[in-house]
Design a protein around this ligand. Sequence first.
Ligand SMILES: Nc1ncnc2c1ncn2[C@@H]1O[C@H](COP(=O)(O)OP(=O)(O)OP(=O)(O)O)[C@@H](O)[C@H]1O
Length: 308
Amino acid sequence: MADLGRISETQENFSLQEGETVSKYRIEGLLGCGSYGKVYKVSDAANTFYALKTELRNTKVKGLKMEVVVLRDVRNLESDRFCELITCGRTKKFNYLVMSLVGKTIDDLRVNNTKSNRKLTLGCGISVGMQCLEAVHSLHNALYINRDIKPANFCLSLQDHRRILMIDFGMCRKFVDSDGNLRQPRWSVGFRGTLRYAALSTHYGKENCRKDDIESWLYVLIESLVGRLPWSDSDGLTFVSFQKQTARTSGLRELFSGVPKELIHALFYIDSLQFYDEPDYSILRGLLREALTQNNLEEHPYDWELNK
Ligand SMILES: Nc1ncnc2c1ncn2[C@@H]1O[C@H](COP(=O)(O)OP(=O)(O)OP(=O)(O)O)[C@@H](O)[C@H]1O
């Protein structure tokens, strides 16, 4: 018979209840569960709401420390693409960070879009894509790569319903060393990230670089415009990798059907980059602008402003 007293607490079965307090923050409810821990809505004495992210101290894979470091570093950029780090700390059981609250993710916005089934309309989607690119660019300016670019990590600001913010920095990696030189790739790296949006290099077990974040960004963008990717229903590293390769040759038409042709140029540009290259973000921005102009598309109002 199992000795229940000895079952150790895991991320899944550990949770804080409404009314409990962590430091000066009162738990109001659960916002979401990630692979590293749970995120709660909390309030302070002034009745201001924040998000509190927890991570058990005994967990093997840790992401919270990196998240705190990144949120501190991006402060210096004065970028409006990130939420604000309020504080961080630890209890006997868990580490936590408190940050400003954000709204719906672009995954939620896409899936719940009543106007355009499971996708964003072209003008809105491209505009959101430009904002996501700006967030990735800002993170790269802070000298980190994300390694897990996905729609669930881009959210609406609660203050400005037209502003997209990036969240979740647990998988980030600094791409320069303490002398400011670009770090050399390790020989082999285990798969990290999310299968659907992972860059081809990730499938090949290669060290990620800035180009790979941008490749994932393009998959996110195409999915938000079309509603799916050719490999959306597929499983298995090798098969999905095969589909991503095919999408560059005989599968090009399938990948880009219903998407402005400028995005094909974006893929070719991204594929031309090498490990140490700094992507030219203005080329990609220019291609998206061109896609808007050529198709007479308006960026605003955004779909969720109309669905209100
Ligand atoms: N600042 C915030 N404001 C509101 N909700 C948030 C905030 N940060 C995270 N969340 C929500 O909490 C959930 C988990 O957050 P997050 O993705 O950061 O966790 P994670 O453990 O790193 O997850 P993942 O498995 O995606 O790597 C998500 O649903 C997200 O929308």
